[in-house]
Design a protein around this ligand. Structure first.
Ligand code: SF4
Length: 337
């Protein structure tokens, strides 16, 4: 049983990395957490990939390509061309594209040259089509009636927008009372339950259509019997969705799910990793439990830096245990790419 929602989220990520897809057998993927759009952040993201195309993506480095850089690398021509002739007309001033061309050249992902007062570019590699599907998982270890209400609402919005190919709810709740709450979820959403580290599919999801126009629900009537106002919504075009999906996948590629270390304090002498069912999760020896990312910060009252002697002894190779933990997790993140 996880100590917190954060701990449960890490377990879901570790499980997905080893076991995806729960119904159809192994599908290569990258797992990340806490990504989405400005208005909607998913707990766990599974990006199913084409392995050969993913290998080709490595040419572009481990950092994500943001929307400006994607605009350049996806359309950079094979032969030298003036950037305004080669790239599609943006929905914003060309001077921002010129900046993105320079920054792509600084990152070494395209080549540029001057021809008079014109900037020309050509690609170094074709940007690969590495993303096959995107799956969003909402984690809720303790499902009660009010959490089920809120989740059903969120999942309905995800289904209507269809930015992901599949949406799931993951929970630890397995009692009859909680099972009754599953009926509130939209039928398109899959339901995954965890018990003693084993996952089972309680409800199979339906594939959504991210290539079609989506619907964003902007306002819905309250549950009150006196509220007869209609729901309002707006359409979201398929091109916006395609761009957003690739941006999310790029962020997942950069961060993976082990990036929690970037905000926690592995340099604290009480910080440790402990083995969970499918991977390592952080553990705080001072509190004798798994700590959350929010409490494991410089303001934690129990925080104590690693003693200098740990580092001076070159433990275990260079740096203290905190540096070693960071190195190990970075290596694992690298291996997934
Ligand atoms: S004592 Fe505080 S800072 Fe140190 S590992 Fe525990 S939660 Fe993190």
């Amino acid at each position: 049983m996880a100590d917190s929602e954060f701990a449960f989220e890490l377990r879901t990520c570790a499980w997905a990395e080893r076991n995806w897809h729960p119904e159809d057998g192994e599908r290569p993927c990258i797992v990340a957490r806490q990504l989405g759009t400005r208005s909607r952040r998913w707990d766990t993201i599974v990006v199913e990939v084409d392995p050969d195309a993913l290998a080709a993506r490595r040419n572009f480095g481990t950092e994500r390509l943001d929307s400006d850089l994607l605009h350049v690398v996806r359309h950079a021509p094979a032969d030298w061309a003036f950037y305004r002739d080669a790239l599609p007309r943006p929905g914003y001033p060309w001077r921002y594209v010129r900046e993105a061309v320079h920054s792509a050249a600084d990152r070494g992902v395209v080549e540029t040259r001057r021809n008079g007062n014109k900037i020309e570019l050509r690609r170094k590699w074709q940007y690969p089509d590495w993303v096959r599907r995107i799956v969003a998982i909402e984690n809720k270890p303790d499902l009660d009636a009010s959490a089920a209400d809120a989740l059903a609402d969120q999942l309905e919005q995800d289904v209507a927008l269809a930015l992901a190919d599949e949406v799931w709810l993951a929970t630890e709740s397995t009692g009859a009372r909680e099972r009754a709450l599953f009926a509130e979820m939209p039928v398109e959403a899959g339901i995954l339950t965890f018990a003693d580290g084993e996952a089972s599919v309680e409800w199979h999801p339906r594939s959504l259509d991210p290539d079609a126009t989506g619907t964003r629900i902007t306002e819905r009537p309250s549950a009150s019997e006196f509220d007869h106002s209609p729901a309002s919504f707006e359409y979201v075009d398929a091109d916006w969705k395609a761009d957003k999906r690739l941006e999310i996948a790029e962020r997942a590629y950069e961060r993976g799910w082990r990036s929690y270390l970037d905000t926690m304090r592995p340099d604290c002498r009480h910080f440790a990793l402990q083995r969970a069912d499918d991977g390592y999760v952080p553990y705080c020896a001072a509190n004798a439990r798994e700590q959350t990312a929010a409490e494991c910060s410089g303001s934690c009252p129990e925080y104590e830096p690693e003693p200098p002697a740990w580092r001076q002894r070159g433990w275990p190779l260079s740096g203290g245990p905190g540096a070693a933990i960071r190195r190990v997790l970075d290596e694992r993140r690298q291996r997934r790419r």
